[in-house]
Write a new protein. Structure first.
Ligand code: GDP
Ligand code: MN
Length: 398
């Protein structure tokens, strides 16, 4: 799970890593208020979960209120490398004297943590690594040894921080490590970690994190209250959130035929089959969602999946396409029947099974004599039937 810069900053702030004062804003009115509150000059920065914003025109300096508003009006409608801008961060502009780069990430091959850093930052680290590979240092933190202030000082020296910056750099490295560990991150990157201040006044100079990128390990969400505070209320789809809470891989597509299957490839083919059927039949019926229930298609998982798909008011029929593997189609069939028992107001469900105990599974469903359950032996047949039923229900309502 990647964070926006304004969210990543919160985590740095919590560890006491210096960052410029900044306010998140979502329209030009809020930007004007934020800029007035912070003072000028300030920077207006696109909030997108992708780097290289500066080069794409997503970071602008504003010396006045009018410039801040103009910057907001230019940046807010932007799409940067395919990502729609989600608000801007208005931050105090700092006078940059020097730029460093530091990141901590999980290194799966050596099974420890990589610290990638350069004392000659400024551009993207990939470019520095290409032109001056010797300037980019790769160091390690092992989970078994304590990374303390002494170790952090040795690291700051090895990276090549200027002598005057070593002590503060060590403090920041230590805090970055705590930020990484406490938050179960997979990446904590500060670029630039800038030396800021008045060039003629030694006492004004200090290090400050001007940009941060943090990724969190989704597997650890359960011990962080699901990272609820980082949820994106404006953008989040209620069905996707519910599926996510149950660990299901769901994408809302807003058509009429709910699709549930096991394995991403099978579900994608099912979506295509439903869209194709809608076109063949001239009804324009489309899939309502992608839902991959994964390998262990247990009764419980099937129940939750059906509940989510059926709660979508646009859904008129459901296509369940399961390839029995470890979990046999008999078990999946039992799950479907259990789910229908507890659900009120069910809708027509078309089931196609293949693989482990497919015939037995279909027999169990057929024998239930539930008028809402239809069984098919091929994907094409099932998709056609589900699309036809959805179109008929829709027409009946019209
Ligand atoms: P990125 O392009 O997505 O990495 O966005 P950054 O937040 O790193 O900003 C891009 C560049 O804008 C930085 O490398 C800086 O050179 C510049 N920049 C960002 N904040 C400030 C600031 O407060 N003062 C100055 N002078 N430049 C800034
Ligand atoms: Mn940056």
């Amino acid at each position: 799970m990647d964070l926006y810069e304004y969210q990543a900053r919160e985590l740095l702030d919590e560890q006491g890593i210096p960052t410029p004062r900044a306010i998140f804003a979502q329209n030009s009115h809020e930007v004007a208020e934020a800029a007035d509150a912070l003072g000028y000059p300030c920077v207006v920065k696109a909030q997108v979960k992708i780097g290289h914003r500066g080069q794409a025109g997503g970071v602008k300096l504003a010396r006045t209120r009018d410039e801040a508003v103009l910057a907001a009006e230019q940046i807010l409608p932007m799409t940067i490398h395919g990502h729609k801008v989600h608000g801007v961060l208005v931050a105090e502009a700092k006078n940059i004297l020097h730029e460093y780069y530091v990141s901590i990430s999980v290194d799966r091959s050596s099974r420890d943590f990589d610290v990638l850093a350069t004392a000659n930052g400024g551009t993207e680290v990939e470019e520095i690594a290409k032109e001056h590979p010797e300037a980019v240092k790769r160091l390690h933190i092992t989970s078994l040894e304590d990374f303390d202030i002494e170790a952090a000082r040795r690291m700051a020296n090895a990276i090549g921080f200027y002598h005057a910056d070593v002590e503060q750099a060590a403090q920041i490295l230590l805090k970055m490590w705590r930020c990484f560990k406490d938050n179960d991150a997979t990446l904590v990157e500060i670029n630039p970690l800038a030396k800021i201040g008045d060039p003629d006044d030694e006492s004004s100079k200090s290090l400050c994190a001007l940009d941060a990128k943090i990724s969190l390990d989704g597997n650890a969400a359960f011990r962080h209250d699901g990272w609820r505070r980082f949820e994106d209320p404006v953008h989040e789809d209620p069905f996707e959130r519910r599926a996510n809470e149950h660990g299901l891989h769901y994408v809302h597509l807003h058509g009429e035929v709910g699709v549930i299957g096991n394995g991403a490839g099978l579900v994608m083919s099912s979506l295509d089959a439903v869209s194709g059927a809608g076109e063949d039949q001239g009804t324009g019926i489309k899939p309502a969602n992608f839902l991959d229930i994964g390998g262990g298609a247990s009764a419980e998982v099937m129940k939750e999946s059906l509940q989510i798909v059926l709660s979508d008011p646009q859904v008129e029929s459901v296509f369940i396409n399961v390839y029995g593997g470890i979990t046999s189609c008999e078990q999946v069939a039992e799950g479907i029947l259990e789910a229908i028992d507890v659900l009120e107001g069910s809708k027509p469900i078309v089931v196609r099974f293949d693989g482990n105990a497919a015939a037995e599974g279909l027999r169990i469903l057929a024998e239930s004599r539930n008028p809402n359950i239809h069984v098919c032996t091929t994907m094409e047949e099932a998709a056609q039937l589900a699309a036809r039923i959805a179109a008929d229900v829709k027409e009946g309502q019209a």
